[in-house]
Design a protein around this ligand. Sequence first.
Ligand code: MD6
Ligand code: FE
Length: 202
Amino acid sequence: MHHDGFQIYPGYFDKNAQQSLVDELQKIIKKAPFFQPRMPRTGKPFSVKMTNAGPLGWVSDKDGGYRYQKSHPVTALPWPPIPDELIAAWNELTGYEKPPECCLINLYRNEKAKMGLHRDEDEKNLAAPVLSISLGDTAVFRMGGLKRKDPTRSVRLTSGDALTFGGEARLAYHGIDRVIAGSSTLLSNGGRINLTLRRVNL
Ligand code: MD6
Ligand code: FE
């Protein structure tokens, strides 16, 4: 049995848990450095940098477009494993029977970093919920509906918040309007990290 809809768990990770996630992420980033994703066809760089953990990583570039692959696009090494704390959160919050295959790590380093309205639709498995975790500066998240033109609402995501997208909400449009610089001291260089855990295959 797993949980459906759009659900926010404010402060799901307490300060200690957030710090230990940051420590784990530092180890991951040493093995799998942030890379610069680019838009399909135009090659325009994203304003966020990315890396991944897990058997599959989400990447995007000019020629290959949006896709999942087993290795880092720059180092060609396999992605590091997903930390146990994140697997435990997936089990508790999604209740999905299979483990996540991808933990996408998005870095919003400066005030210009944002993410346009989009749907997560590159996965074969659209029955599994998506779990998203916010660390560092507060984000202004935009939540829409199943059609791009549906009304949207603005939701603030603060450090330690978890959110799940399942069932009807799995293919809802959403994005990040902006990040509020200096709203958290968790990350020593400032900014925000978002972790998005997904089951890709059935
Ligand atoms: C972010 N999040 O929070 C971007 N996708 O930086 C997402 O794109 C997202 O938060 C699917 C489900 C939850 C999310
Ligand atoms: Fe998304």
